[in-house]
Unconditional design. Structure first.
Lengths: 738, 382
């Protein structure tokens, strides 16, 4: 037996020696090859760990945009197919938890049994995956060890809890967390954190090291926007659209309408809205395009058949016929921010600037009285006043109040080209405001300089024609007129906060320059107050119930002259005696037979301020008429019930009725007025339907308040070589492409 | 003579094989270190606790040491009387797998008793050792007759068939039969029949391999056939059965002479599936190189040598047979395990004693060591 044991031991020894030799052979023969193999199958490729994009908050801390963690469900087929028994429980759980199609999963497993990465479901919120997560986490009550080969990949998606609120201002993000338009684009670097990384590398001994660098979350931005004001503004812009949409042409109430509210003394934008809007959570919703003027590949609006057409409006049929490219062009038109990216001729809102220039440069004293004969001949052109019959003796103040072109031309002539153009630049015309939003238009080249401005250019510039501005530029300049002369850099963001909540940067109001003295500023306020409070003021309809405001209306012709297309606007401020809030509404080509009526804009201003001023806690200074009381009462009721959708139509109707009432009131005033003043047009026949006078020579209707002839074209048509193109269209391309 | 004197006499005369104990403790400690090194990455990923496998191995190891100490004090001769009960317990536990078995990694090999998972196949190995030793003593002279030889081999064969039939665990069945055959080989004179049997088995295996290798791969093929094909050409089956083997070879090959250093294995990071079980030797090769691997093999060889010495000096035939059974068990498992890892034979699930992850195995192996220590203790006594 002992012998046999020794034999056994020798056999074992031989086996060990044999195996040892085999080990040595493997190492010797295949060592290098296998070592390379081992290194080559290591995953050096790094995994990106997503960062959380910063939030966008309004000035009161309301969240306008945030990022939510979502999960992709990943299938590792190889892991799942390790064992038959995993298959059924896993597929059953997937179908039950995520509503996936079991047939598709089986098909995929059959086709790709070795696949290790397949996305079964995308972007599920945590609540949806929570239960499944429990089922695959050892130690949880629902843990099922037979569910295999499923894991979750986390990512963030951008959410906009208020949908379309301030859509143009905020902008949105593309799938890869890149901001497009508005704040998302301008503050992309701030909002973006840096993605973390998990990666492998070989150290000097060819050992694989794995390192994880955690993601850094992006910073949040606190805007100057007041969500409630923004809401009020957008509500009334929409109401305006509902009132005038499909009025005389199929389409929206106008080509564009925008409204900016700004803090006069800081340059902070309180609200900035335009119509049409879109849902930021779903920016590619073609239904938002319907009613918009269609644009071409450069972003210019398509021209209608007739020169009198305001554009080609998108209908469902047109939408169907769009190529992908055309659709995208029109989305760009929808997404861009009208308030900063479209330029247009401002019209009469430029008149306070002209007067301020005259006063500040000492060219006029403010006590001048000009004679308006209905037109003024400059450089061989007979440039008409909007009241072609002449306003007679017009003081500087009255020139603003009734918006007399002739008076302004006299002021500008007194000022001279070099001073006029210098002040234009000082007010910011032709310069970017550097507002912290993406897509601001460049207006350089859309204004004149001293070298190329002819007397005719000077004359038309004095009342806001012949040069282009964008809204933010105009209201920024206007604020300097009424705040003592300080041009502030407009801004939308006031604070940058880190993800942990500490303030990284406070953005303080920044004075760029003082353009006019405070005494000039006081005079401008005095004049602009007259526009609203004066008997013949053009902006009376802008006054909200219970308050006094000041401002200036604008009715600008567009190119080509004589196309009966107008951009009407109102630029105002409140309170009248000590301006704190500025508001600017621009309506581009209203959907009406006679577009040249600033009341399209003043009504919006009135509606917005009627709600906004009480909200901002301004005390009422003016006595309320019974009608205004009833109106406020009605408004209060609406604010209580406005959450119900059905109410909205009623609301719109109510608004219409209200507008009619306002018009009725102004008519009454007119009649009272017409008794003590007498103008040529008052001898004309009265149009029964509108209450306007009819010019027997031209057939144009004449506004009984101002003597302004609707549809009357009174500007020389420039050849375009010298004068800048009317470019709410030309610039749209730039804005859209940014 | 007082009682104390008897005890002192006993103590003085009892032989303790310190070198074997040292080897056992060394392998256990080394095994735990390697187990932690091998499994920490996967355990951290799967359980969030890199010491998960380590902790689950440490407790059975301590339990096994206790079992070893107890067994080393229980006179081994009692086992002769317990042979039948042990055999029945092993058989019953195997049968219990059918209704109560727990499936892990697709194999139904475990049963739970009071929250502890037990692999009955391991108990069957002990049962085979004890039972074969007992029956050889019982048959004594008649063992040389063909009838007696078959009778001695029959009972362990039943266990082996049960192990294979119930748990589909071919390797355990082979080990049980191997232990029995070796014990019979040692206790009977002559080589002829063993050589014939060995040649027969080898040629049968070779014939099978040839048949499998030359047959078209059909869908009806048993998974063991696939393993044979993967053994012949692991690269061709790299995505299937050959994956584990191939990755183990990569690990061995990339280790070089002195290895990458303890804990520096790359292959343990998800490439070798279940590296802490059958394939732990490949990680030893990768981290400690040829040097470490051969050192481990030398430790096992020393252990086998010590077992041989104990068996040769055992006070009686029964004790010697028990030690031979343990020796056979350890030898077969070590040789087969390393052979699998080096792709010398087709892949079967055989673990490396004292080092691979597995609670039942380490307890049983230590208990067997306890028996041999008890046999050693009686060396020099009559």
């Amino acid at each position: 037996m002992k012998k046999k044991l020794v034999v056994l031991f020798v056999l074992a020894l031989l086996a060990f020696v044999g195996l040892g030799v085999r080990l040595i052979l493997i190492t010797k023969n295949n060592g290098e090859e296998y070592e390379k193999q081992v290194l080559s199958q290591q995953r050096y490729d790094s995994t990106t760990l997503p960062f959380r994009r910063g939030e966008i908050l309004d000035s009161k801390g309301t969240i306008l945009a945030y990022s939510e963690k979502v999960y992709n469900v990943i299938l590792d087929a190889k892991l799942l197919l390790r064992d038959e028994k995993f298959l059924e429980p896993t597929i059953t759980a997937l179908v039950r938890e995520f509503g996936l199609n079991s047939g598709e999963i089986r098909q995929y497993l059959a086709d790709h049994p070795t696949s290790q990465y397949y996305i079964l479901a995308k972007k599920l919120p945590y609540d949806d995956i929570k239960h499944f997560q429990d089922m695959i986490t050892p130690g949880m009550d629902d843990y099922d060890s037979n569910i295999q080969g499923i894991w979750f990949e986390s990512n963030y998606i951008r959410k906009y809890p208020n949908g379309s609120l301030a859509c143009d201002l905020i902008g949105f993000t593309t799938g890869d967390n890149n901001g497009t338009y508005g704040l998302e684009e301008y503050y992309n670097d701030t909002l973006s954190g840096s993605a973390g990384r998990e990666y492998g590398y070989l150290d000097e001994d060819s050992n694989l090291e794995r390192t994880t660098i955690p993601a850094t979350d992006g910073d949040s931005i606190v805007t100057t926007i007041d969500g409630n004001l923004q809401n009020i503004v957008e509500k009334h812009l929409k109401e305006f659209n509902d009132t005038y949409a499909n009025n005389v042409r199929a389409g929206n109430a106008c080509n564009n309408v925008g409204c900016i509210m700004m803090d006069v003394n800081t340059g902070e934008v309180l609200a900035m809205g335009s119509y049409p809007t879109f849902d930021l959570n779903n920016p590619r919703d073609p239904s938002c395009l319907i009613g918009m003027p269609a644009v071409d590949e450069k972003g210019n609006k398509l021209k209608g058949d007739s020169v009198f057409d305001s554009g080609v409006y998108i209908t469902e049929e047109l939408l169907e016929s769009f190529s992908d490219e055309q659709l995208y062009q029109n989305y760009n038109a929808l997404w861009k921010n009208f308030c900063i990216s479209d330029t247009y001729e401002p019209g009469s809102v430029a008149k306070p600037f002209t007067v301020a220039t005259g006063l500040e440069s000492g060219s006029i004293t403010g006590d001048e009285v000009y004679n308006c004969g209905g037109n003024l001949e400059v450089g061989g052109w007979k440039i008409k006043c909007h009241n072609t019959y002449g306003d007679g003796a017009v003081s500087v103040e009255r020139g603003i109040e009734i918006s007399c072109n002739v008076a302004m031309m006299h002021v500008a002539q007194a000022t001279g080209v070099s001073t006029f153009t210098k002040f234009q630049k000082d007010f910011g015309f032709g310069l970017k405001t550097n507002i912290d939003l993406a897509g601001e238009a460049r207006t350089e080249g859309l204004t004149y300089n001293a070298a190329n401005m002819t007397p005719t250019d000077l004359a038309v510039n004095s009342f806001g024609q012949g040069f282009n501005v964008d809204m933010i530029e105009a209201i920024t300049g206007f604020c300097s007129l009424i705040n003592g002369g300080y041009v502030y850099e407009p801004h939308v963001v006031k604070k940058i906060v880190s993800s942990s909540g500490t303030t990284i940067k406070s953005i303080e109001p920044r004075v760029l320059r003082q353009v006019i003295s405070s005494s000039t500023s006081d005079k401008i306020i005095q004049y602009c107050n007259k526009v609203v409070s004066g008997e013949n003021g053009t902006g009376k309809t802008a006054r909200p119930a219970g308050y006094m405001i000041g401002g200036k209306t604008g009715t600008a012709q567009t190119l080509p002259r004589g196309n009966r297309q107008y951009v009407v606007s109102f630029m105002g401020y409140a309170p009248a005696d000590d301006p704190e809030i500025a508001i600017y509404v621009v309506v581009d080509r209203p959907n009406a037979q006679f577009q040249d009526d600033a009341k399209f804009a003043t009504r919006i201003v009135r509606a917005v301020l009627t709600e906004a001023l009480p909200y901002l806690n301004y005390p009422m200074t003016e006595p309320l008429s019974d009608k205004e009381k009833a109106e406020l009462e009605e408004l209060r009721e609406k604010m209580v019930t406005s959450a119900v959708v059905e109410e909205e139509t009623e609301q719109a109707e109510g608004e219409e009725a209200e507008e009619e009432a306002v018009e009725g009131a102004s008519e009454e005033e007119t009649q009272a007025q017409s008794e003590d003043s007498s103008s040529i047009w008052e001898s004309f026949d009265v149009d029964a339907s509108t209450g306007y006078y009819i010019d027997p020579n031209t057939g144009n209707l004449i506004d009984p308040n101002s003597g302004h002839a609707f549809g009357g074209d009174d500007l020389p048509d420039f050849d375009g070589s010298q004068a800048p193109e009317e470019s709410s269209e030309g610039e749209a391309a730039e804005g859209g492409n940014q | 003579m007082g009682l104390t004197a008897i005890i002192r006499k006993n103590r003085e005369e009892s032989y303790i094989d310190y070198s074997l104990i040292f080897i056992i403790l060394f392998l256990l400690a080394f095994g735990l270190i390697m187990l932690y090194s091998t499994s920490s990455y996967e355990a951290g990923l799967d359980f969030g606790d890199s010491a998960y496998y380590f902790k689950h191995q440490l407790f059975p190891t301590l339990l096994g040491l206790v079992a070893m100490m107890i067994m080393s004090y229980i006179p081994y001769r009692i086992l002769a009387r317990l042979a039948m009960p042990i055999y029945i317990v092993a058989a019953v536990m195997l049968l219990m797998i059918i209704p109560f078995g727990k499936t892990i990694n697709g194999a139904k090999r475990w049963i739970y008793i009071m929250g502890i998972s037990i692999q009955p196949a391991e108990i069957a190995k002990v049962a085979a050792i004890v039972f074969t030793a007992t029956i050889i003593i019982k048959l004594n002279r008649s063992l040389v007759t063909g009838k007696g030889f078959v009778a001695a081999a029959l009972f362990p064969a039943i266990l082996a068939v049960m192990v294979y039939g119930i748990t589909r665990n071919l390797s355990s069945a082979i080990i049980i039969m191997g232990i029995t055959v070796i014990m019979l080989f040692v206790s009977t004179p002559g080589y002829k029949r063993y050589i014939i049997a060995a040649v027969a088995v080898l040629s049968l295996a070779a014939a099978l391999v040839l048949i499998i290798a030359n047959s078209e791969q059909t869908s009806g093929m048993n998974y063991r056939f696939e393993r044979v094909l993967a053994w012949l050409d692991p690269t061709a089956h790299a995505s299937g059965k050959g994956f584990q083997t191939l990755q183990a070879l990569y690990a061995i090959g990339s280790g070089g002479v002195f290895g990458k250093g303890l804990g520096e294995s790359m292959q343990k990071m998800g490439f070798i599936p279940e590296a802490q079980n059958d394939m732990i030797f490949s990680i030893i090769c990768e981290e400690l190189g040829l040097f470490g691997a051969i050192a481990v093999m030398l430790m096992f060889l020393l252990m086998i040598w010590r077992l041989m010495i104990i068996a040769n000096n055992a006070p009686d035939m029964f004790g010697a047979l028990l030690v031979v059974g343990v020796m056979a068990h350890i030898t077969i498992q070590v040789v087969l395990n390393i052979a699998v890892v080096t792709n010398t034979i087709p892949n079967t699930g055989i673990t490396l004693p004292f080092i691979s992850y597995g609670g039942s195995a380490v307890i049983i192996q230590l208990a067997e060591m306890g028996i041999t220590l008890n046999v050693a203790r009686n060396i020099g006594k009559d």
